[in-house]
Design a protein around this ligand. Structure first.
Ligand SMILES: Nc1ncnc2c1ncn2[C@@H]1O[C@H](COP(=O)(O)OP(=O)(O)OP(=O)(O)O)[C@@H](O)[C@H]1O
Length: 499
């Protein structure tokens, strides 16, 4: 059985990215193969994973098993005995035995749509519908048409906390833009409720705020003290308040939120103008902080800048630690692309990451989108290694928006970034080889890609004589013809500059 399963997993690894394998396939346990019925029994750790695997992987597993056992095999997925018993018991009793659990399930279920996890979350809700026959708040809230934020079809979400288990400190790339936020987040994860309460993270879209707060939640859960953690998007919290109000279920609502050890509330700017929500949140905030329970808030701006939020709340938000996440700098963008390409199983040479990172500057989500396009495009053309030409084709639309006219300043900056030297070295009189060579490359590109004359270019490189520029242009052209490496570098730089 073991041998079969290992081969099956290896086989699936060829078709699915490592993230999906670790999220969905590795947690499965092969139980037995019944030869007479040609049935393979496989156990999934919970109902959510079971449904997901059944829907998305069953076919491939069946096909592989049929080949392996040399007959058409049916795969039966089941829950571990204890989980199955619990579900059954709930069905029979008609309600959860412990009201605490029941209430928790209700509110939890209510907050699924409208967050990043909509697709998988809804599947989970559907699976739970039968388990919760009373379905008081739960059923009604599920019916809501909350907006879908991000379709994350394969996002593994923990049912209880609504944490995305894939968003961890380990895969959070750090750079100047986010090192402070990460350090604060780590500190809070290690000393919840006692270091900074609340921790308030703010920054523009797609910069990693959500990622970081999930990482805190996951770290605290992993620390294994049985903490009650809950991630909720502010929009969803608003809709929970409305529904609790409609159903006169405020006591349950309050008890649930006030009982948490860690509340992660995302995009608090969505509370703007929602007075009743703000009031409820104020009580939850006071109750939790008084008991040293940790609250972490994200927002698109810092507390005092929040519009339509009660000043009492703003002063509470300001009472802990407020940290910004800035847009990623070039090096961090390159590092993110390299890391994510590796996760996608795509080989991406550093200069290719540089090419993308140079053009797409706004946020990490944009980089991820670009990378997905490149990976899909490369795979479609049967390539495992991305190159600049593939990127140019795959990202045609994105690049045309961001590309501008090539200027000498742009060339100096791009070449300096590429060779990891300072832009100021382009004008300086210093002549060590590690600076002189990139400077000559920049002069060469300036002559090639702009209309500037040799004396103009000389001026722009710290008042150098036109003969110095001419010498540089000739030298680089000559070397380019002889050195494949340099030719390749120049090609990357030209593509990067031309967009
Ligand atoms: N430093 C990072 N390292 C790795 N991945 C990152 C990093 N920052 C962001 N990401 C990824 O970029 C995507 C967008 O990040 P996230 O959703 O956390 O942004 P956000 O700041 O919460 O944006 P929004 O305000 O739009 O909700 C996510 O897939 C996240 O995993």
């Amino acid at each position: 059985m073991n041998e079969f399963w290992q081969s099956c997993v290896s086989h699936l690894e060829q078709d699915f990215p490592p993230q999906q394998i670790s999220a969905w396939i590795r947690p499965l346990v092969p139980l037995a193969f019944d030869e007479t019925k040609a049935q393979l029994r496989v156990s999934a750790p919970n109902r959510f994973k079971l449904d997901w695997v059944k829907k998305n992987f069953a076919q491939q597993i069946e096909a592989f098993a049929s080949k392996w056992f040399d007959q058409p095999v049916q795969v039966l997925f089941e829950l571990p005995a204890s989980t199955a018993d619990r579900s059954k018991q709930s069905m029979v009793n008609g309600a959860f035995a412990r009201t605490e659990d029941h209430r928790t399930e209700n509110v939890k279920g209510s907050s699924i749509s409208g967050t990043t996890y909509t697709q998988s979350g809804l599947d989970h809700v559907t699976a739970n519908k039968g388990i919760d026959p009373q379905g008081s708040i739960n059923e009604n809230l599920i019916g809501s048409n909350d907006p879908v934020r991000t379709p994350a079809s394969m996002t593994p979400v923990d049912d209880k906390s609504r944490l995305n288990v894939d968003l961890t400190f380990d895969n959070f790339v750090t750079g100047k833009a986010n090192q402070l936020a990460r350090a604060a987040a780590l500190q809070v994860a290690e000393n919840p409720g006692t270091s900074y309460n609340p921790l308030f993270l703010y920054g523009g879209v797609g910069l990693g705020k959500t990622h970081l707060i999930h990482a805190i939640g996951n770290a605290m859960v992993a620390a294994g003290h049985g903490v009650r953690v809950r991630y909720v998007h502010a929009d969803q919290y608003v809709s929970d308040v409305v529904k609790a109000y409609q159903r006169k279920a405020f006591d349950d609502f309050k008890r649930y939120y006030h009982s948490l050890d860690l509340l992660l509330i995302d995009d608090i700017q969505f509370f703007s103008g929602k007075n009743r929500t703000q009031e409820e949140f104020f009580y939850a905030f006071e109750a939790m902080v008084a008991q040293r329970k940790q609250i972490i808030i994200t927002s698109d701006t810092y507390p005092k800048e929040l519009a339509g939020i009660d000043s009492r709340l703003i002063s509470r938000f300001d009472s802990g630690l407020t940290v910004a996440i800035e847009p990623p700098e070039l090096e961090m963008r390159v590092a993110i692309l390299l890391r994510k390409a590796e996760q996608e199983g795509m080989t991406m040479p550093e200069e290719v990451a540089f090419f993308i990172a140079k053009h797409l500057r706004s946020n990490v989500r944009e980089l991820e989108g670009a990378l997905k396009k490149v990976v899909a495009y490369a795979r479609f053309h049967g390539r495992d290694v991305a190159n600049v030409d593939i990127c140019k084709d795959a990202l045609k639309d994105l690049l045309s928006v961001s590309s501008g006219q090539v200027t000498v300043e742009n060339i100096q900056k791009t070449v300096a970034d590429f060779y990891k030297i300072k832009v100021a070295d382009m004008y300086s009189k210093r002549r060590p080889a590690n600076i002189a060579m990139p400077r000559q490359v920049a002069m060469y590109l300036a002559k090639e890609l702009t209309q500037k004359s040799l004396p103009d270019i000389g001026d722009m490189f710290g008042g150098r004589d036109h003969t110095t520029v001419l010498h540089a242009v000739r030298k680089i052209a000559d070397l380019r013809a002889k050195q494949a490496d340099l030719n390749h570098t120049l090609h990357v730089l030209e593509q990067t500059l031309k967009g």
